[in-house]
Design a binder for this molecule. Structure first.
Ligand code: NI
Length: 254
């Protein structure tokens, strides 16, 4: 069994100096699979191209709520054409972000729904980014994402809401935050939901786990996340890695 990083951003400029070296070292760090996720419109083509270069890498195509102001019908059509490229396995990351509030809520909702509908049309799972927008995200998911499948990435809401998403057959994405001392809500969520509903993620270069908090993150650090989940659930780290790998393969149809 090997670590499956369900959410990374290796096209980020923070990896410009050592990307190749880092990615070729993944296997020796027991990282078996990485899904490289786009956030801006420009990154959609970049992550798709990168996935072709590395056998262990796949891509997700979608535009982050902070970036939807740059979208129009022509760009949306270009995004859609990428979905049929080899190794594109999901639509993401998409959703609502009322923390940064870069774009109006109406515009965020409009593009969120259009991208959910796109995922349905192409029979692909979705990667959901939701920050300080719990109620609106749930309302849209209930209306537009039933039966779609995917992950609520970097989960930050209540354990009750996590259970609701689990009932809707979504996975809960757990990353570096679970290792932070003050992350009570995430730890409670991990304790409460079954391991069969959890997938591991870095969101690298962001959100490095302890003991690397604040530094640049990478997929090899996921073992600290797996160790923390194992501690919370009172099981072995190997079991966490094996089950979450199986979950991720099922979610991405790999
Ligand atoms: Ni991300």
């Amino acid at each position: 069994m090997m670590i499956f990083d369900t959410h990374a951003h290796y096209d980020d400029e923070q990896f410009d100096t050592d990307r190749e070296e880092l990615l070729t070292s993944m296997e020796e760090n027991n990282v078996g699979t990485i899904v490289n996720v786009s956030a801006t419109f420009d990154s959609c083509a970049r992550v798709t191209k990168m996935a072709l270069k590395y056998p262990f890498m796949y891509a997700a195509v979608g535009v982050h709520p902070d970036e939807v102001g740059a979208l129009d019908d022509e760009k949306f059509a270009k995004m859609e054409s990428l979905l049929s490229e080899e190794k594109v396995v999901a639509v993401g990351e998409i959703g609502l972000d009322y923390y940064w509030d870069n774009e109006s809520h109406d515009l965020q909702k409009e593009w969120f729904i259009r991208q959910l509908d796109l995922a349905r049309k192409h029979d692909l799972p979705v990667l959901i980014h939701s920050r300080e927008a719990a109620a609106d995200t749930m309302a849209i998911m209930k209306e537009h994402a039933q039966g779609l499948g995917g992950v609520i990435h970097c989960y930050s809401y209540s354990k009750e809401m996590a259970k609701e998403y689990v009932k809707m057959r979504f996975y809960i994405g757990i990353g570096g935050v679970v290792t932070f001392k003050n992350a009570r809500k995430v730890k409670e969520t991990v304790e409460d939901i079954p391991l069969t509903s959890i997938v591991l993620e870095t969101d690298c270069p962001y959100l490095a786990p302890e003991p690397y908090r604040g530094k640049r993150n990478n997929s090899a650090y996921i073992r600290y996340v797996a160790e923390e989940i194992a501690k919370i659930k009172g099981i072995s780290c190997e079991e966490v890695i094996a089950q979450t790998e199986e979950n991720a393969r099922k979610m991405y149809h790999l």
